[in-house]
Design a protein around this ligand. Structure first.
Ligand code: ITT
Length: 181
């Protein structure tokens, strides 16, 4: 089985392709630059992006919207994670978090799959905390400052762990189950 993943982010594509290959699903990247709608809801953004992607490629296609939600910052950067990563980077987030006693945070991903008739959504969440400093060289985005709950290392220090417990893994698991005959 072959499916299109519409994304501008090569890292997201590679993580999804590696996971789905193990379940017999081949991914093809549909490179798309889409000005995201503004919303506090990952699902609303993902549904809108899936509609846009389907109009462009006219084949079954999925998109994924993801973000990092930090408790001490009232859920920021949340649905603005891509923009904040570009403007402030991890150093900027660590600065905002200086002295914060509550460092809890979670990653969330929402997949929206347009099968030609309807859009279905699959979410995954990974709880954890923000480290005191950036650590590790693997992964992308906020991986060097995110420590998943129950483990000592950041995602960027342990990418194998990331791929087995992440928000992306969990949303892909639900998505791939829905594709089973
Ligand atoms: P799309 O074209 O697929 O939308 P994007 O990079 O803009 O690509 P998002 O809107 O989902 O994707 O942006 C979420 C941002 O959150 C992303 O750019 C990263 O900075 C960060 N992010 C998402 N998933 C992440 C992960 O698994 N590890 C680290 N950072 C992540």
């Amino acid at each position: 089985m072959k499916i299109l993943f519409a994304t501008s982010n090569q890292h997201k594509f590679e993580e999804a392709a590696a996971y789905l290959a193990g379940r017999g699903i081949q991914l093809e990247r549909f490179p798309i630059e889409h000005r995201e709608m503004r919303s506090e809801s990952l699902e609303e953004i993902a549904r809108d992006a899936a509609r846009f992607a389907f109009k462009k490629c006219k084949k079954p296609v999925f998109v994924e919207d993801a973000g990092l939600f930090i408790s001490a910052l009232n859920g920021f950067p949340g649905t603005y994670s891509a923009w904040v990563q570009k403007k402030l980077g991890n150093a900027g987030i660590l600065k905002l978090m200086a002295g914060a006693p509550d460092r809890s945070a979670y990653f969330e991903a929402c997949i929206a799959y347009h099968d030609g008739k309807r859009i279905s959504c699959f979410s995954g969440r990974c709880p954890g905390s923000i480290s005191e400093g950036a650590r590790g060289a693997s992964g992308f985005g906020y991986d060097p400052i995110f420590v998943p709950e129950g483990y000592p290392q950041t995602f960027a220090e342990n990418i194998l762990l990331k791929n087995n417990i992440s928000h992306r893994y969990k949303s892909l698991l639900e998505f791939s189950k829905s594709l089973e005959p």
